[in-house]
Design a protein around this ligand. Sequence first.
Ligand SMILES: [Zn+2]
Length: 84
Amino acid sequence: MPIYEYKCLACNNQFEKIVKLNETPNCPSCDSAELEKQFSMAGVSTSRTRKNSFNKARSKAGEIKKEKDHAQAVYESNYIKDHS
Ligand SMILES: [Zn+2]
């Protein structure tokens, strides 16, 4: 559900509200419906982008670990070969 940021034109109160489709909120401080929408979806898409890059970074770290494990396995098998 999108979070919208509103500014009340009656009392200048700014607030964020989760708004269902086609629902118009009222100002929580003066109950006016004269609201100006400040932006939409920006906060949601920002956190989604952050989560994506976090997941990417984490999977990259996993790949590096896999390579290291592989290198370790190769090293160990060569070591065993050389010393047996
Ligand atoms: Zn207000």
